[in-house]
Design a binder for this molecule. Structure first.
Ligand code: ACO
Length: 368
């Protein structure tokens, strides 16, 4: 049975920064309160031209560069997002087209902030079953488009961004080991975007009552999160046959520093074993774990051979964890076609396919 190694990682965040002071000009809050209650100092906000697909595509190209693969080497794309471009088509398919991953199947996964863990586990299982060889897992969000900028309970928390991992099959032991995925739909109402789906299709009423924005019972979500983070980490470690003291780094969902500190206390682990970067990005939902992992690698906190646990929680309610032995990039293969060409080639290919379809439509339309 092949192992599923993480061989590439990338991130993309908008350059526009929104500080706590900026938010205090919009709602009744202040920098001190936000820092003390959440640990967040600033977050990134997408420009009009940016979206979940553009950020996701940029993160994917970065991940492919490190893995030394071309988009055409990828055979499956799993895109986790709660802020998809549309209800359909899937954001995964839009990214597939943008990067030119012409051989890949592509689908979206909806498990809110736990989505990247779910996606990683699905990718690892697809590889271990022998069904896929090279899988791209993306977590991408533009939550700023669903925030009520008059609601101080939610607008202080969230930010935009994307992260991506490449997983590859290998006979060498390592990569993804034990994982757990949990859910409790009875808490679905604690964190929700009530309108825009089939239950409450967009209408004048849903817009007037702000049902298209994020609604959250912060206290209850906080209580739930502090309850499950340590438990899920323990489960994934146990399933891997490891002991907790063998874990080099925990990369938790970046929602609130107090939640991460509670998890550390629950696990009796020091805070320096937890990657934290929510001060600069806020809660980027499903993108937060891959973004934190990329920065952990850049800061030398995550090195080849390290035992790492990714752990998250989110709307649904959902929660989960995945333990992995960090692999690092494989040796890049020399190629005639270069990865750098793909962001240019892919749109031309996409345009030609659409043009071909239009011409076919005209020809067959005339004949019928
Ligand atoms: N600025 C100033 N005061 C505020 C603010 C604010 N932004 N927000 C609330 N307050 C006030 C409240 O009105 C309350 O005042 P009161 O005591 O006079 O009524 C007081 O501050 C305390 O409010 P709490 O809600 O008790 O504050 P708490 O310490 O719980 O922090 C927070 C609120 C930050 C939202 C916290 O509950 C939290 O982080 N919850 C988890 C949220 C989360 O992680 N969500 C994402 C899940 S992941 C996903 O799937 C997207």
């Amino acid at each position: 049975m092949p192992y599923a190694h993480i061989t590439g990682w990338g991130m993309s965040v908008p350059s526009k920064v929104l500080t706590n002071d900026d938010i205090s000009k919009m709602v009744d809050t202040n920098d001190e309160w936000i820092r003390e209650r959440t640990g967040i100092r600033e977050r990134r906000i997408a420009e009009e031209r940016q979206s979940s697909a553009t950020l996701g595509a940029e993160a994917s190209i970065e991940a492919l560069k490190i893995a030394g693969l071309l988009p055409t080497d990828i055979d499956l794309i799993i895109c986790s997002t709660s802020t998809p471009e549309h209800i359909f088509p899937a954001t995964a398919c839009i990214i597939q087209d943008k990067i030119g991953a012409t051989r890949a199947g592509a689908f979206d996964l909806s498990a809110a902030c736990s989505g990247f863990i779910y996606g990683l586990n699905m990718a690892a299982l697809a590889i271990r079953s022998g069904s896929n060889k090279n899988v791209l897992v993306i977590g991408t969000e533009t939550l700023s488009r669903f925030i009520d900028w008059k609601d101080r309970n939610t607008c202080i928390l969230f930010g935009d961004g994307a992260g991506a991992f490449v997983l590859q099959a290998s006979e060498q032991p390592g990569g993804a080991y034990g994982a757990v995925m949990h859910s409790d739909g009875s808490g679905g109402d604690l964190l929700t975007i009530p309108a825009g789906g089939s239950r409450n299709p967009t209408s004048e009423l849903t817009l007037r009552t702000g049902m298209h924005f994020i609604h959250m019972d912060g206290k209850e979500v906080f209580r739930f999160a502090t309850r499950v983070m340590a438990g899920a980490t323990n489960e994934a470690v146990e399933k891997s046959g490891w002991k907790l003291d063998q874990v080099d780094l925990v990369v938790p969902h970046q929602a609130n520093l107090r939640i991460i500190e509670a998890a550390a206390r629950g696990l009796k682990m020091p805070m320096d074993k937890f990657m934290v970067n929510l001060d600069r990005y806020g809660n980027t939902s499903t993108a937060s774990i891959p973004i934190a992992a990329v920065e952990a690698v850049q800061q030398g906190k995550l090195r080849p051979g390290d035992k790492v646990v990714f752990v998250g929680f989110g709307a649904g309610l959902t929660w989960g964890a995945l333990a992995a032995e960090w692999t690092g990039p494989k040796q890049a293969t020399r190629r005639v076609v270069k990865l750098e060409w793909f962001p240019w080639i892919a749109p031309i290919r996409s345009f030609l396919r659409r043009l071909g379809r239009a011409i076919e439509g005209i020809i067959f339309g005339r004949k019928s």
